[in-house]
Design a protein around this ligand. Structure first.
Ligand code: ZN
Length: 173
């Protein structure tokens, strides 16, 4: 079985309504992808952000507060959105496990990958080394990811998302 991972290029630098922009469709097999493939898919923050936007908003960007879809992308700040209905400003991180974290999104994605694929699990010390953050930050990331893994898959709620975000990165969903 194949799992389609849609990588969208969500209206970068454009204003106006944000439609589901998935331009590229990547498919991952159910078996685990290699680290090399992972780095090819997510070389930077932007690629990880586009991936996460496509996973979190499969039908186009929605307001995480009122769930409205009259959304404009901020022209000057890539990845920043504004809801016309409730005036809420948000990013793909808002109300998710990535909230209040300065860790670049591709490091989050790589952390998910390690969590899903490391046969013996991963410690905060190992993760810190792998992604170049402090152990405290690594501990924070692992805490958030584990919390998401044990939470129900509630895409509209505060906490995403084992099935939707984490498992697919390991190529297992
Ligand atoms: Zn809203």
């Amino acid at each position: 079985m194949l799992c389609a991972l849609r990588v969208s290029e969500a209206s970068e630098g454009k204003s106006g309504p944000v439609r589901n922009p998935a331009k590229k469709v990547l498919t991952m097999s159910k078996s685990t992808i290699s680290t090399f493939q992972l780095f090819e898919l997510f070389p930077d923050e932007a690629s990880a952000r586009m991936y996460l936007e496509a996973r979190i908003w499969p039908d186009g960007v929605k307001c995480p507060d009122c769930h409205g879809d009259r959304i404009t992308a901020r022209p000057a700040r890539v990845g920043f959105y504004h809801c016309a209905a409730c005036n809420f400003d948000f990013t793909v991180r808002t109300n998710t496990i990535f909230e209040r974290s300065k860790v670049p999104l591709h490091k989050w994605v790589y952390s998910m990958y390690l969590l899903m694929t490391a046969r013996k699990g991963i410690s905060s010390m190992q993760l810190a080394k792998e992604i170049g953050v402090t152990q405290k930050t690594a501990w924070f990331i692992l805490g958030r990811l584990r919390e998401a893994c044990s939470a129900p898959d509630n895409i509209d709620g505060k906490r995403l998302t084992y099935k939707r975000l984490i498992a697919p990165v390991g190529g297992m969903a």
